[in-house]
Ligand binder design. Structure first.
Ligand code: NI
Length: 175
């Protein structure tokens, strides 16, 4: 188990277009475990490999829903290797998004409400499935990271500058 340092904006590495994974082996699986450890430690629901410095097309997601009866967090870890969107709805949904690379900042982003995706799991097996709700949003947010795109890149310049200003201010107060 290892907690990896998370790269934050404006680090230029976040603009990298990640390359496909060709070999899925034990070393990669161990790295994926580190990605989960890092995401849970940072209280995130998704993480792309580039956010911890590896420009490969790997995402981990766990929405960590609460059990409606006990209120306990239920972990449901998902790994997406070489994910692709193969279909998306015209209908959009808006979520207030955040990102571990833009710490503690949130803004509304509109994305297709339903997507169909294809990916490989940690054993190299191919999958295809449809996602909606927060899972669809989260998957699209994480897939953006593979293209070097952050959620703030979906905002108007005015809104993006506001978020970055708030982030700079929060960092100054932390320092
Ligand atoms: Ni993110």
């Amino acid at each position: 188990m290892a907690i990896l340092p998370i790269i934050e904006t404006p680090d230029p590495r976040l603009k990298t277009v990640s390359t496909p994974v060709e070999t899925i082996d034990d070393a990669l699986r161990s790295f994926i475990q580190d990605m989960f450890d890092t995401m849970y430690d940072a209280s995130g629901i998704g993480l792309a490999a580039i956010q911890v410095g590896l420009p490969k097309r790997i995402l981990v997601i766990d929405l960590q829903d609460k059990d409606p009866e006990t209120g306990a967090v239920v972990r449901a870890p998902h790994v997406f290797i070489n994910p692709e969107v193969i279909k998306e709805s015209e209908e959009v949904s808006v979520y207030s998004e955040g990102c571990l690379s833009v710490p503690d900042q949130y803004a509304d982003v509109a994305r297709p409400a339903v997507i169909k995706a294809r990916w490989q799991d940690a054993q190299g097996k191919a999958h295809e499935a449809e996602f909606d709700g927060l899972m669809a949003t989260c998957l699209q947010h994480e897939m953006d990271h593979l293209e070097g795109v952050l959620f703030i890149d979906h905002l108007s310049k005015l809104k993006r500058d506001m978020v970055l200003k708030k982030l700079a201010k929060a960092r100054k107060m932390d320092a």
